[in-house]
Design a protein around this ligand. Structure first.
Ligand code: FES
Length: 210
């Protein structure tokens, strides 16, 4: 089924008394990049609604995803962000370690091991493409993407990342959480792999991955 990216998704805060992720009821359709550029057209091949609810993997074509843009899909009721990061953002990531709670992603619950096998700061299979579950690890709001490196009202030295307006948690462009905010852990990286350069499968580890 073809999928068009149109707008940034708006998620209601989720009441997660006992669990981190609850099903977001809003349809996930959007794609917005740094500078508010909409992804022109993004194809993906998704299973039926019934299969999606059962947690089937989703396949996403990222060939139209440009630098600074985000593609949003839904997997298991969660928004999955796929972001093509700029070289400047990638360069800035290692400089942030001193400001982060878990800069080396040592909490194994937050990502599969294989995304740490390259440069640990990237938390990704390909350095430029970040894949994250777009739900704040505090109470499950969907943070805003602030991908540009520029002063922001909430951080004069902002190097790009995600800002959760609910209680002001901050994450970098790898989803690593800043110190001193309510969110306790980094954003989750879901299981995923590439079947070719531009095709991502969300929900399945790479072949041979532990
Ligand atoms: S839900 Fe994100 S800071 Fe509270």
């Amino acid at each position: 089924m073809a999928n068009q990216g149109v707008t940034d998704p708006q998620y209601e805060p989720v009441n997660t008394g006992r669990r981190r992720f609850l099903t977001a009821t809003t349809a996930v359709v959007g794609a917005v990049g740094a500078g508010i550029a909409a992804v022109p057209f993004i194809k993906s091949w998704n299973p039926s609604e019934r299969a999606k609810q059962a947690g089937a993997p989703i396949t996403v074509d990222i060939s139209a995803l440009e630098v600074g843009q985000r593609l949003v899909n839904e997997w298991r009721g969660q928004p999955i962000w796929i972001v093509r990061r700029s070289p400047a953002v990638l360069e800035a990531l290692p400089t942030l370690d001193d400001h982060l709670r878990d800069p080396m992603s040592e909490n194994p619950d937050q990502q599969p091991e294989y995304v740490l096998q390259g440069d640990v700061h990237m938390r990704s299979i390909k350095p430029e493409v970040s894949v994250l579950v777009g739900l704040c690890t505090h109470l499950g709001c969907s943070p805003e993407m602030k991908a540009e490196i520029r002063p922001e009202p909430f951080d004069a030295n902002w190097k790009g990342g995600y800002f959760c307006p609910c209680h002001k948690s901050k994450f970098d462009m790898s989803g690593r959480v800043y110190e001193g905010v309510p969110a306790p852990t980094n954003l989750v990286v879901p299981p995923h792999h590439y079947t070719d350069d531009n095709t991502l499968v969300i929900g399945v580890d790479p072949q041979g991955a532990a």
